[in-house]
Write a protein that binds this ligand. Structure first.
Ligand code: G3P
Ligand code: CA
Length: 242
């Protein structure tokens, strides 16, 4: 079992997270998958960013949902990371899907719906994926499992993965009830006997966020289905070496 390497928010270690340069770099190093986070703007555009607010990763301030996409385009999403990335814009999901049009790896789209502030985001994302990425693998994840269940109701073929911090009391039954094929587990929960038990029940286990080489190696030797890491190139080098 070869453990896949997913680039967390793109190649986050050497590029501003959740931007086109970060996704380009993730592809360049050969990542098996790319993880990203989505929100809705005031004018219902799907935008790629981690936080609900733009403060940390742009030169602007405020909630994404209070801006239109045109307004968000005025902010710089690269300068906070390095001058080299000055003028990098906040990408829409369409721009990312366009960039990844020929990327054969898995796209892992995380709905940032923890506070239920984006009604309808699941359908918006599903429509874009159908239009721009109809044949390549996509896995949807969220800490808000209701969001994934909503998606599954409108797109029964959607591949969903439950984001979790800890092992659930009855993990296989709950996972099967939701229709999920995988759990995306916080690293300490994933690097435990829980993983093998889940895999024995046919549930894939992907661990986040695995950045230390010792933990990467542990995950590879355990045969986890994937690690989600800020250091995809280093993880791939390590995987080749063992
Ligand atoms: O999908 C794994 C990981 O991205 C979840 O946490 O906060 O980095 O989105 P976060
Ligand atoms: Ca994420």
């Amino acid at each position: 079992m070869i453990t896949a390497v997913y680039a967390h928010r793109g190649s986050k270690c050497n590029c501003p997270e959740n931007t086109l340069p970060a996704f380009e770099e993730a592809m360049r190093v050969g990542s098996d998958g790319i993880e990203l986070d989505v929100h809705l703007t005031k004018d219902q555009q799907v935008v790629v960013m981690h936080d609900e607010k733009i403060d940390r990763t742009t030169n602007g301030k405020g909630q994404i949902r209070n801006y239109t996409m045109d307004e968000l385009r005025q902010f710089d999403a690269g300068i906070w990371f390095s001058a080299k990335f000055k003028h990098t814009r906040i990408p829409t999901l369409i721009e990312v899907l366009d960039l990844l049009a020929d990327y054969p790896g898995t796209l892992n789209i995380e709905f940032k719906t923890d506070r239920n502030v984006y009604p309808g985001i699941e359908a918006c994302v599903a429509e874009l994926v159908e239009r721009y990425r109809p044949h390549a693998p996509v896995v949807y994840s969220s800490f808000n499992h209701e969001s994934l269940i909503r998606l599954k109701k409108i797109r029964s073929n959607a591949d969903i993965a439950l984001l979790l911090w800890e092992r659930l009391a009855d993990p296989w039954r709950y996972t099967q009830q939701t229709g999920a094929t995988a759990q995306h587990l916080w690293q300490p929960s994933a690097l435990s006997e829980t993983a093998a038990q889940l895999q024995q029940h046919g549930i894939k286990v992907r661990a986040w966020t695995v950045n230390h080489p010792k933990n990467m190696e542990h995950a590879f030797r355990m045969g986890l289905d994937a690690i989600i890491t800020d250091y995809p190139e280093a993880a791939l080098d390590l995987r080749r070496s063992i």
